[in-house]
Write a protein that binds this ligand. Structure first.
Ligand code: SAM
Length: 197
């Protein structure tokens, strides 16, 4: 059984240490998706401290998650959390930059929750690892409402560039011939891209 107290501790740690983890509504959506579509083999880019990987494992005992994190402190915390939950056999944690990782394996679901500016490059890097009829889900598509704004309204140049990248990724997904993408207003905005070709 999943220990709710440990989950609460992980969420508290994230809160106290400014570690960004999935919003409750997005987490619920993702867990429902995994349940409804009998997803078993997941690749996650952006582990942070293991919260979402652990929650995904709670959906079904056969769910396995491969997850990549480049930040050492978060990676070490994720190891601790995965051990506490006794999920070492089901969560394969990789401490690397995702751009230095490559697999031959195929995944039913790829979940991109890393650096917003890298979404498109991450999509392009890992889509060859998506099983036929698999799905790529990307979080933070709304970028806290900033994508709704005109770029001229955003004063900081760096922020403007980041928002432009998120908008460009939206357009890239919308126009991709091999994927049908739904954009959902859940949490900070989720893109659900089904492979159709
Ligand atoms: N999925 C986690 C959850 O909900 O529990 C939250 C992930 S957090 C939003 C994003 C994480 O991605 C950060 O910890 C960051 O260090 C990591 N990250 C960003 N770019 C990365 C990259 N290129 N390779 C590996 N990890 C990356």
């Amino acid at each position: 059984m999943f220990d709710e107290n440990i989950i609460r501790e992980i969420k508290n740690y994230a809160d106290m240490n400014n570690v960004p983890i999935m919003a409750d509504s997005s987490m619920r959506y993702l867990m429902n998706y995994v349940d409804k579509h009998s997803v078993r083999n997941i690749l996650e880019i952006g582990t942070a401290i293991g919260y979402s990987a652990i929650m995904l494992c709670s959906v079904h005992p056969d769910v396995v998650v491969t997850t990549i994190e480049r930040d050492e402190k978060r990676y070490l915390e994720a190891i601790k959390n995965i051990k506490k939950m006794k999920l070492e056999e089901r969560i394969h944690l990789i401490y690397k930059d995702a751009f230095d990782v490559s697999f031959d394996e195929q995944f039913d679901l790829i979940f991109i929750d890393a650096a917003k500016a890298q979404n498109q490059r991450l999509f392009e890097r890992f889509e060859r690892n998506l099983a036929p009829e698999g799905t790529i889900i990307t979080d933070n598509m709304n970028f806290h409402g900033l994508v709704e704004k005109n770029l001229e309204e955003i004063k900081s140049r760096d922020l403007r560039q980041l928002v432009r990248k998120v908008k460009d990724y939206h357009t890239f997904l919308e126009n991709h011939y091999a994927y049908e993408t739904e954009f959902l207003d859940v949490g900070d905005g989720i893109a659900v891209s089904h492979k159709i070709a």
